[in-house]
Design a protein around this ligand. Structure first.
Ligand code: HEC
Ligand code: HEC
Length: 129
């Protein structure tokens, strides 16, 4: 019991020191397609582009922290739609990388020649003509 309490104190000091030194103090990210060192700004702009392209809100792919809550648990993979989206992301990366000319200094994950909106045009399920 005593040891447990000491551990908590040490962990607390560690976290405090890390924040004081300005180290990134993020919860572990659950990124399987996008680069793990992506900036918050880049991640935000990519996620925003999905909502526009599909005409949805963030909760189309992300589950609430708990039922009825307004805040979303972005790390969680509980909504199968998130995994569907990962498949689409991989497709877009492959097509951009393998079928278009591009600046080799740009990471393939950030290429935009074709993007979600190329097909979706504001619809979650693109309509056939
Ligand atoms: C079409 C589905 C979809 C929509 C809509 C969407 N996201 Fe995401 N989001 C994903 C996927 C898929 C990932 C994981 C990407 C990966 O594995 O590389 C992700 C990851 C994230 C992460 C990183 C979570 C972590 O593990 O650290 C954040 C933060 C996030 N989304 C925020 C948002 C916000 C804010 C919105 C609304 C503006 C939004 N998302 C809309 C599919 C979506
Ligand atoms: C080449 C065209 C194309 C591109 C590009 C594309 N999609 Fe799709 N997407 C589709 C089609 C077609 C469907 C409907 C599939 C179906 O009916 O099963 C779809 C369906 C989806 C769905 C719903 C899946 C389901 O099972 O209900 C999600 C989520 C999605 N796309 C996300 C994205 C995201 C995010 C991007 C960009 C990273 C993207 N798509 C890029 C064609 C595309």
């Amino acid at each position: 019991m005593k040891h447990y309490r000491i551990l908590i104190v040490i962990a607390g000091i560690g976290a405090f020191v890390a924040m004081g030194m300005g180290l990134p103090y993020h919860k572990e990210r659950n990124l399987k397609v996008l680069p793990k060192d992506i900036s918050d700004a880049k991640l935000d702009s990519i996620m925003d582009s999905y909502t526009v392209a599909l005409g949805v809100k963030c909760n189309f792919c992300h589950v609430p922290v708990k039922q009825g809550s307004d805040s979303l648990d972005f790390v969680s993979d509980s909504d199968p739609m998130k995994e569907n989206a990962r498949g689409m992301m991989k497709m877009v990366i492959d097509v951009n990388k393998n079928y278009f000319y591009f600046d080799k200094n740009t990471r393939p994950e950030y290429l935009n020649v074709i993007n979600c909106n190329t097909c979706h045009r504001g619809e979650p399920i693109p309509k056939e003509k």
